[in-house]
Design a protein around this ligand. Structure first.
Ligand code: CP
Length: 301
């Protein structure tokens, strides 16, 4: 069964196949806007942590594929609040749906769900663990601008410790050895050792040189909800701010990405600059998730 649990599960060929399928889905979106590939199929969206983009793009993807959607979006209205354990919930939901997209507060929950589910589980973010469907849409966004086999610099900036999108995208980028990775974060929020490799750059200071040499800047939010001590969050929340002056230091051909939501790390004026790519990046979530649902359900375009 095709579960999506971790970026590490994907071979390079499988990633490229999904990116190709996403481009076919994008053609459907740009043409008729929908199809009937998933007619009669149901997606269950179980989102036990806040989400706008991931849940709505999964739901939109299923509706554009001609399928239906059921959802639990507020844990207070779920029997989990009465003490039901995740395996029981998943057993019940997999009787109701053909595929499950889920987000939870706890790292590893998607893997537990997959163990007990009789239908594919798509991880839409498990705590500070991973967000593999986000990294596929991130890669799709990069691949629309650059040849993934060419030499380029990708600079990750912000919260590398709790930023699950960074963890998953880093893992996928390892399949493309000409891409150099740089991690710019406060020491306390640096990339975990398990994601760091010899040849990467890791430092606290965001220099003009890094901005000027980057082909992709992947900015991230400091993940307030993961901090036990609010004072620590306050200390780090404004360490890196991308304003027009900063973005003007980037190459004309470079792109500024962000998984969103942003809080204060990119000023609104940057949205109008040619390097800003984060809204297009979010929009790419729909064709990529259409491709993943189609693969999970063994549907062919
Ligand atoms: N990028 C992302 O995961 O956004 P949401 O939290 O809104 O789903």
């Amino acid at each position: 069964m095709f579960h999506v649990l971790s970026a590490a599960q994907f071979s390079k060929d499988e990633i490229l196949e999904i990116l190709h399928s996403a481009s076919q889905m994008e053609a459907i979106l740009e043409g008729p806007g929908f199809c009937e590939l998933a007619k009669g199929k149901i997606l269950a969206a179980l989102f036990y942590e806040p989400s706008t983009r991931t849940r709505l793009s999964f739901e939109t993807a299923m509706l554009r594929l001609g399928g239906g959607v059921i959802s639990e979006t507020d844990v207070t209205f779920s029997s989990i609040t009465k003490g039901e354990v995740l395996p029981d919930t998943i057993r019940i939901v997999s009787n109701c749906a053909d595929v499950i997209a889920m987000r939870s507060k706890t790292k590893g929950d998607a893997a537990i769900a997959a163990e007990y589910s009789s239908v594919p589980v798509l991880n839409g973010g498990d705590g500070s663990g991973e967000h593999p469907t986000q990294s596929l849409l991130d890669l799709y966004t990069i691949s629309k601008e650059f040849d993934l086999e060419s030499a380029m610099n990708v600079a990750f900036i912000g919260d590398m410790k709790y930023g699950r999108t960074v963890h998953s995208l880093t893992t996928m980028l390892r399949h493309f050895p000409n891409i150099k990775l740089q991690f710019i974060a406060p020491d306390a929020l640096q990339i975990p050792d398990s994601y760091f490799q010899e040849g990467d750059l890791k430092q606290e200071a965001l220099s003009d040189e890094i901005i000027a040499n980057a082909d992709v800047i992947y900015d991230t939010r400091i993940q307030k909800e993961r901090f036990e001590d609010p004072a620590q969050y306050e200390k780090f929340k404004s360490v890196y701010i991308f304003d027009v002056e900063q973005v003007n230091k980037m190459k004309d051909s470079a792109i500024l990405m962000h998984p969103l939501p942003r809080v204060n790390e990119i000023t609104l004026a940057v949205d109008d600059l040619p390097q800003a790519r984060y809204f297009q990046q979010a929009a790419n979530g729909i064709p990529v998730r259409m491709a993943l649902i189609a693969k999970a359900l063994n549907l062919s375009a």
